[in-house]
Design a protein. Structure first.
Length: 765
């Protein structure tokens, strides 16, 4: 039986997924992935779907690298001492587990599988702290790793200083005999480079001679004892480092199960992330799983064909239509169609994303294939013999829980006998209720599909005008081989083509063949009509959508026009009433003429009974003396910005009013007294900050609104609202309200001297 991984070239897919991993074991998991059991598959596809969503919404998992801890543990269990890098990698795994826990903790949404996996991390914080107490970031042993190591390194440093001092003195003493001034090290000892002709002038031990023989490296007698002391100290340092690393190795072995558990989990999440990235870069998705034996693949793409060149095709198989007979021209894509379905089903059962627009798949216990050159050199079998050998195994073992893919069924022998074998095999598969895609050129097999239940014809379409394959798969339509047309195009003699055509006509001159040809032509005509109808339907739906949208826009515009005047009037009235109410609340001056304020409120109430707000649309410019008739306000325009005028009223109050609501009038000789009285009402003290801590949100909203209106009337440029930190509800309410205030230029959180995040600074226009 064919090896399914080899037939579908799945190892190429696995290698591509492995290239997207970041950990040693994640890479291993990718290369060795294989189909899962039904229970495990459902769970793993759910995890994959969650991971694809997490990456889109929250970005990459915080995994940089993770080594294979199993190898390190096995080395330690055999008596080996873990190196500085080995131990550091184990410590980094612990830090990675912390980062993953933190990352997953911050995500919202129902990612049950991933969150459940994360819970399995073991707390190895004590181990990590001990490792990184001993091992520095530069991959060395810290001086404080042990008191003994610290003492040894102090002695080494002292000895090296003394040596360097003595060497400097000797270099000066022997400078006329030296080849160069640099002191060097040979065999772990400090030496000086003496010209060979003067080597007798320097008492000491010769350690080396240069390649040219011109320089002799001598350890002066004065340095021998000090060098020996340094070498001895270095040996003690190495012994102490070895002891420290051995102790850390023992500590690692005490927690080997937890270390391997975390290492496995990091690798799994890395592998899952790599699968998600693989799917995203090819616009893949996670297939829906069906409890039935079915294949629904819409616009399926072969995973190993360039995504810019691959032709998408749709495949549908279920318990009613279990077998598809694919026919069509040679090199028209029949084999690719079989491999596309096989590859996507196999990928799905390995819990990989698949490259389709929509997909729903049942679970298949086996995928049986006979695709490609079946010749078996190792078993000394011909192509036909190997083909029959595969068919024998498939027909014996295939069941309703399996998928069967057979390319060119029954070829390689006498055509009539091959047809007979092909029909018998299909009948056997039908009886066993297996789902199958089978390619064939046999006319009898196509006829059999027409007359049998649960079997349908399909074809790879061919461009008859260009005599080129389109690689488009079409269910329900049998195909032709177009052998004579293609042969003619590729240079076969016309006399041979003519003779073959005459023979073919005689051969096809039967009712069955004529019927097949008629059905084929009718199917193609129906397909053309169907395609035209589909295009027309799409066009009508698009036009209908445009008309409905236009109708909706017109309706909204009409409703907006009907309500705009009333809404604007109510808004002006509400703002004016709030202004006057605030003035009354701030009233502290007992000498104020309250009847004037009452008169103003009466005028505001009367506005509700006016049928409309007059839009004057007069030419207003800076310096114009104007009135706002609806509120009885008069004053001079001080500035205009984007159709909004700022009026300095006769009472000293500044107002912002739409330009088209103003009416130009002559400036009176005497100003009305009550305007000045209004100014008196707001002349009371007003703080530059408002504290709303402790208030309910609705209370705070009312206080903030009133405070900001008062600040606007007093022409404040900047104020501060203190809302505190707490749950953040008061801050959110404040910011949402400020966004709606047209008189607010901008706002921001306070700096360290303004209350920080517990306060908001407001800047007025």
């Amino acid at each position: 039986m064919q090896n399914i991984r080899e037939t579908l070239e799945f190892d190429k897919i696995a290698t591509e997924v492995a290239s997207l991993t970041k950990t040693d074991r994640g890479h291993h998991f990718a290369l060795k992935m294989e189909p899962l059991s039904k229970v495990d598959l459902y769970k793993e596809l759910k995890s994959l779907d969650e991971m694809m969503s997490i990456i889109v919404r929250y970005g990459e998992l915080p995994i940089e690298f993770s080594t294979n801890a199993l190898v390190l543990i096995e080395h330690a269990k055999k008596g080996g001492i873990l190196s500085i890098r080995d131990l550091d990698l184990i410590g980094e795994d612990v830090l990675t587990s912390f980062a993953l826990l933190k990352f997953i903790k911050k995500i919202d949404g129902q990612y049950e599988n991933i969150k459940e996996k994360i819970k399995n991390f073991k707390d190895l914080s004590a181990l990590e702290k001990e490792i990184h107490r001993v091992i520095t970031k530069s991959q060395t042993i810290d001086d404080k790793a042990s008191p003994t190591l610290g003492d040894i390194r102090k002695k080494i440093a002292k000895t090296e200083r003394e040596l360097q001092s003595e060497i400097a003195s000797l270099a000066m003493h022997y400078r006329e005999f030296l080849n160069e001034e640099n002191v060097t090290i040979r065999n772990g000892h400090f030496v000086i480079p003496v010209k060979t002709i003067y080597k007798g002038k320097v008492k000491g031990i010769i350690h080396d001679v240069s390649d040219t023989g011109n320089t002799t490296f001598i350890e002066p007698a004065n340095l021998v004892e000090m060098n020996n002391e340094l070498v001895s100290l270095k040996a003690l340092e190495s012994d102490e480092i070895r002891r420290i690393l051995k102790a850390l190795t023992s500590l690692v072995l005490l927690q080997e199960e937890e270390i391997i558990n975390n290492n496995d989990l990091i690798a799994y999440l890395d592998f899952l992330s790599a699968k998600a990235h693989y799917g995203r870069q090819y616009d893949g998705l996670v297939a829906l799983m069906s409890e039935k034996q079915e294949i629904y693949l819409k616009n399926a793409r072969h995973p190993l064909i360039d995504k810019n060149k691959v032709v998408p095709n749709s495949f549908f198989l279920d318990e009613e239509k279990r077998i598809i007979i694919i026919s069509g021209p040679n090199a028209g894509g029949k084999t690719v169609a079989l491999k596309t379905v096989g590859s996507l089903v196999y990928m799905n059962q390995c819990a990989l994303p698949i490259f389709v627009d929509e997909a729903k798949l049942g679970y298949f216990e086996n995928i049986f294939t006979d695709i490609g050159d079946s010749q078996s050199l190792s078993d000394n079998l011909s192509t036909f013999s190997a083909h029959i050998s595969h068919l024998a195994e498939i027909s014996s073992h295939a069941s309703k829980k399996d998928l069967v893919l057979i390319d060119e069924l029954g070829t390689g022998t006498d055509p009539q006998e091959g047809e007979a074998i092909a029909i018998a095999i299909v009948e056997k598969l039908k009886a066993h209720k297996a789902l199958a895609l089978i390619s064939s050129h046999f006319g009898s097999l196509k006829e059999y599909a027409f007359t049998s239940q649960n079997i349908i014809n399909a074809s790879m379409l061919f461009d008859e005008a260009k005599l080129e394959p389109t690689y488009i798969f079409k269910q329900g339509v049998p195909g032709k081989s177009y052998a004579l047309d293609v042969a003619s195009r590729f240079g076969l003699g016309q006399d041979i083509i003519d003779k073959a055509s005459e023979y073919l006509k005689e051969k096809q001159n039967t009712d069955a063949n004529l019927l097949m040809e008629k059905i084929h032509l009718t199917a193609l005509e129906n397909e053309t009509v169907k395609k035209d109808l589909t295009l027309e339907k799409e066009k009508l739906l698009k036009e209908r959508k445009i008309l409905l949208n236009d109708e909706k826009l017109l309706k909204e515009k009409r409703e907006k026009l009907l309500s705009s005047v009333a809404e604007e009037k109510e808004e002006i009235i509400a703002n004016a009433k709030e202004q006057v109410d605030d003035i009354l609340k701030e009233l502290h001056n007992p000498n104020i003429k309250i009847h004037e304020v009452i008169e103003l409120k009466r005028k505001i109430e009367d506005l509700k009974h006016q049928p409309e707000i007059i839009d004057y649309n007069e030419e207003i410019k800076v310096g114009s003396y104007v009135s706002l008739p609806s509120l009885g306000i008069t004053g001079r325009v001080s500035r205009i910005n984007d159709k909004i005028a700022v009026i300095n009223s006769d009472g000293g109050i500044s107002f912002k009013i739409e330009v088209n609501k103003l009416h130009v009038i002559d400036e009176p000789l005497e100003k009305k007294v009550f305007k000045t009285n209004i100014d008196a009402l707001i002349s009371t003290s007003l703080s530059l900050e408002k504290n709303i801590i402790g208030l309910r949100v609705d209370e705070a909203h009312e206080e903030v609104a009133k405070y900001l209106d008062d600040c606007q009337l007093k022409n404040f440029k900047q104020v501060r609202i203190i809302h505190g930190l707490g749950s953040g509800a008061l801050r959110r309410m404040t910011h949402e309200y400020l966004k709606k205030c047209s008189f607010v230029e901008s706002f921001r959180l306070g700096n360290e001297y303004e209350g920080g995040s517990g306060a908001t600074v407001v800047i007025f226009k």
